[in-house]
Write a protein of this length. Structure first.
Length: 154
């Protein structure tokens, strides 16, 4: 890594940590500010994808910790997966806009959003879905049997 990037990250982190220790900002705002600082470093120092990924994910977790108290307990898990999926979709959109090939970011996006949808559906109070939820280990065993018995195509 470039020394300027590391120096900037250390300065921003030090300021945010000092403000947090002084009681000026809370934990959720701390995560959002560190994430925003990493996103600014991404824009300032040559569009290094790692800075954008960590910055958007930290901001998503900060938003989650700041807003999770307003939601029912059963919605908190799906909300975290939704926010992380949106973080990776932002990575894909930003990298596509600047002309980089970032199709890899779609895989965690769809995976996390799929887990969000599955958790959201299975945690609802629908009687059919609650019955199906009780048999999810059967789905795992069926998938395992399929992987064992169907020969791999190479």
């Amino acid at each position: 890594m470039n020394a300027r990037i590391v120096g900037t990250v250390l300065i921003v982190s030090g300021l945010v940590i000092f403000a947090s220790m002084a009681g000026i900002i809370t934990g959720d705002r701390f995560l959002i500010l560190v994430g925003a600082g990493l996103i600014v470093c991404y824009a300032m120092y040559g569009y290094r994808t790692g800075l954008l990924v960590v910055g958007t994910c930290l901001s998503a977790v900060g938003i989650f910790t700041g807003t999770s108290a307003y939601y029912a307990p059963w919605m908190r898990g799906p909300l975290l997966f939704l926010l992380l999926g949106l973080a990776f979709s932002i990575v894909y959109l930003v990298e596509t806009i600047i002309g980089k090939n970032s199709r890899w970011a779609l895989y965690p996006t769809f995976g996390l959003l799929g887990v969000f949808g599955l958790l959201f559906l299975l945690r609802s109070d629908h009687p059919v879905l609650n019955t199906v939820w009780g048999y999810w280990p059967v789905v795992l065993m069926g998938l395992g049997l399929w992987l064992v018995l169907v020969p791999a195509r190479r």
